[in-house]
Write a protein of this length. Structure first.
Length: 223
């Protein structure tokens, strides 16, 4: 009976051992497969890393080439800009020299004129001779704006605002044109200000009337 029990126990142990061997074998197969998969993945990863490294090197070379080109272009641009600035500086120096020369000539001319001008009297009192100013002009043959005053008088308001006088200047005027040798009033200044004055033209009583049409057709203008 004991031998029988021993045999049964032995048989059970053998079965358990077989099951254990089977289970271990299965696990070993799984581990082997896992190792093979891992090796395959490592191989694929390595290939991918090699490819990425090659691409990265190519990109680095491309960037380096572009940088070298940009550096060369920048050097050329800086050189061109420097040459242009040097040229502009030289031109500016020449222009400044010309302006200074012109200013010197102008100062000499002003000094000469000031020394030649003597102001003995003036409206509102004497001022510095250096403040004297001469302005000349004409109302124009075809642009004189004559106006009618009655039947025997025409007049004109002469604008001299562009002269820039700050006070009433000494005004000397005459009339230019044709058919005015017997006219009266061309040098008589009325209502003078720093910017304008009036001139009234008429003829002797024994003459016929005078009109703006006469003034315009004969190109009367004040100078």
């Amino acid at each position: 009976e004991e031998l029988k029990d021993l045999v049964v126990v032995s048989m059970q142990s053998i079965v358990s051992l077989n099951q254990l061997v089977t289970e271990l074998t299965s696990r070993l197969v799984k581990v082997t497969l896992t190792v093979e998969d891992t090796a395959q993945q490592v191989k694929q990863l390595r290939a991918s890393l090699i490819e990425e490294t090659v691409n990265l090197n190519d990109q680095i070379k491309d960037v380096a080439g572009k940088f070298d080109g940009l550096k060369e272009s920048s050097n050329m641009t800086v050189a061109a800009l420097s040459d242009k600035l040097n040229g502009m500086e030289e031109q500016l120096g020449t222009e400044i020299g010309a302006v200074e020369e012109e200013l010197t000539t102008l100062r000499e001319e002003v000094t000469r004129r000031n020394s030649a001008v003597s102001i003995v009297s003036a409206e509102g009192g004497l001022r510095e001779a250096s403040c004297s100013k001469v302005c000349a002009g004409t109302t124009g043959h075809s642009s004189s704006a004559w106006k009618q005053l009655g039947s025997y008088i025409v007049y004109i308001i002469v604008d001299m605002s562009s002269c820039g006088f700050v006070a009433i200047p000494t005004i000397t005027t005459t009339m230019e044109g044709s058919g005015h040798s017997n006219s009266i009033g061309s040098s008589a200044v009325y209502y003078a200000t720093a910017t304008s004055f009036d001139i009234y033209i008429h003829k002797p009583p024994e003459w016929s009337s005078v009109s703006t049409a006469d003034a315009e057709s004969r190109s009367w203008n004040m100078v």
